[in-house]
Design a protein around this ligand. Structure first.
Ligand code: HEC
Ligand code: HEC
Length: 335
C-alpha cells in the first residue's frame, strides 16, 4: 500500500516536473531530452551553451543568425557584405547583449514562443518575422528583410534554437529586464545631463555620438542620440523601458543585474536626458504608432491619450499616478 502511494507521488512529481521544466519550445512535445527535470534549478539565471549548435544545414542557419546578431552592420548594414538592410552601423547585440542571451538585457531566449502575438504599438498580431523586422526598421532605421532571405531564415533559426535549447521554467530569471522603482517626482533631464557626463560620456562621447571601431565597420561604443542612433518610437526611446535596461547593464564595465550601479531614479534621469527630443536630435519618423490610444504604453510620449495626463507627464513622469489611474479602470498598464 505504502509502495503504491509512493509510486503515485512519483508519477505526480514527474507530471509537475514536466509542466514546470519544459524547455522554451512547447511545440517540440514532451521528449525526455526536452524536459530534463533533474538538471533544471529553481531561481536560476537563464544561460545558453552555444557550443551545442548542431552541425548540418539547420545548424549553419542558426550560426549565421547568431553572427547577424553580433555583426549586424558588417553583414547587412549600410556597407554590408551580404545586403543593405539596416541603415546605421549598430548591431542587435548592442541592446540584446551577447546576441540575445545575456540575462536582464532584452533577452531573446523565449522570443520564438512569444509570437505570434498581439502588439499594441501596431494594433495587430505580429509574427516573429514581423517583430524582427520592427527592430530592423526602428532602432536600425532599415528596410524589412524579405521572409525568404537567408538573413531572415538565419535570425528565425537562431531564435528557434535558443528557445529549444533553453531550460526555462517559471523560476527562471533574466528573461525580462529588471523592475525599477518609480519615484514620486518626474525624471529630470537636467540631473541626467550631469550623471551622463560623469558616467557615460567617457565611452558614448560628449555628444552621445558613440565611437566608431578602428575599421569604421561598426561601433566600439554605439551612439545614444543623433541621426545615426535609434529613432523616436523605438522602445529604447521610452524612458522607463530604457531605465529598466540601464540599471543592470550600464555603465558597461560596472553594472551587473545583481549589482546595479545606477539607482532607479538615476537611470530614469539619464534616460530622460538621452531621450529628450528638445535637447537631442534623432532620425525623423513619419509613421503613426499605437492606433488605439487606450493601449499606449504609459511612457510613450505622443498623444492623443485616453487618460487625463499630459504628453510631458507620459514622457518624464511621475509615472505612478498614471499607473494607478489605469489600474483603477481595471487595466494592466504596461511600459
Ligand atoms: C566602458 C564603456 C561604457 C560606458 C562607461 C557606458 N557604456 Fe553604454 N554601451 C557600451 C557598449 C560597449 C555598448 C554596446 C553593448 C554590447 O554590444 O554588448 C553600450 C550600449 C549602450 C546602450 C544601448 C545601445 C544604444 O546605442 O542605444 C545604451 C542605451 C547605453 N549603452 C547607455 C549608457 C549609459 C546611459 C551609460 C552611463 C550610465 C553608459 N552606457 C555607459 C559601453 C559603455
Ligand atoms: C536600440 C536597442 C535595440 C536594438 C539595436 C535592437 N533591438 Fe530588438 N528590441 C529592443 C527593445 C527595447 C525591445 C523590447 C520591446 C518591448 O519590450 O516591447 C526589442 C524587442 C525585440 C524582439 C522581440 C522580443 C520578444 O520576445 O518579445 C526581437 C525578436 C528583437 N528585438 C530582435 C532584434 C534584432 C534581430 C535586432 C537586430 C537586427 C534588434 N532587435 C536590435 C531594442 C533593440
Amino acid at each position: 500500500m505504502k509502495k503504491n502511494y509512493l509510486y503515485i507521488i512519483g508519477i505526480l512529481t514527474v507530471i509537475s516536473a514536466v509542466q514546470l521544466y519544459s524547455s522554451c519550445s512547447e511545440s517540440k512535445g514532451g521528449t525526455p531530452d526536452n524536459l530534463r527535470p533533474a538538471e533544471a534549478k529553481a531561481d536560476s539565471v537563464v544561460t545558453i551553451d552555444t557550443t551545442k549548435i548542431p552541425d548540418g544545414k539547420y545548424g549553419d542557419a542558426v550560426r549565421y543568425g547568431r553572427q547577424l546578431m553580433l555583426h549586424t552592420a558588417y553583414y547587412i548594414g549600410p556597407d554590408g557584405v551580404n545586403g543593405h538592410y539596416t541603415n546605421n552601423k549598430m548591431n542587435c547585440t548592442n541592446c540584446h547583449q551577447d546576441a540575445g542571451t545575456k540575462a536582464f538585457s532584452l533577452n531573446l531566449v523565449t522570443s520564438f514562443r512569444n509570437y505570434p502575438s498581439y502588439r499594441a504599438r501596431e494594433g495587430k498580431v505580429l509574427s516573429l518575422a514581423d517583430r524582427i523586422n520592427n527592430c530592423i526598421m526602428h532602432p536600425h532605421l532599415g528596410k524589412p528583410l524579405p521572409l525568404d532571405s537567408k538573413e531572415m531564415i538565419g535570425f528565425m533559426s537562431y531564435l528557434k534554437w535558443l528557445c529549444d535549447s533553453a531550460r526555462v521554467d517559471r523560476h527562471t530569471l533574466g528573461l525580462k529586464n529588471v523592475d525599477i522603482d518609480l519615484p514620486d517626482r518626474a525624471a529630470s533631464p537636467v540631473a541626467g545631463a550631469k550623471l551622463y557626463a560623469e558616467n557615460c560620456a567617457r565611452c558614448h562621447g560628449d555628444n552621445g555620438q558613440g565611437k566608431m571601431r578602428f575599421d569604421n565597420a561598426t561601433y566600439q561604443y554605439p551612439p545614444l542620440w543623433g541621426l545615426k542612433a535609434y529613432q523616436p518610437g523605438s522602445s529604447m526611446h521610452r524612458i522607463v523601458k530604457e531605465a529598466q535596461w540601464l540599471v543592470s547593464n550600464m555603465p558597461y564595465d560596472k553594472a551587473t543585474h545583481d549589482k546595479p550601479y545606477l539607482t532607479s531614479a538615476q537611470a530614469l534621469d539619464i534616460a530622460a536626458f538621452i531621450n529628450d527630443d528638445k535637447i537631442h536630435q534623432r532620425p525623423p519618423v513619419k509613421e503613426f504608432q499605437y492606433p488605439n490610444a487606450e493601449e499606449k504604453a504609459i511612457d510613450y510620449d505622443r498623444g492623443p491619450f485616453k487618460d487625463p495626463f499630459s504628453e510631458q507627464q507620459h514622457k518624464f513622469g511621475p509615472f505612478k499616478p498614471i499607473v494607478e489611474y489605469w489600474k483603477s479602470k481595471g487595466a494592466n498598464p504596461g511600459f
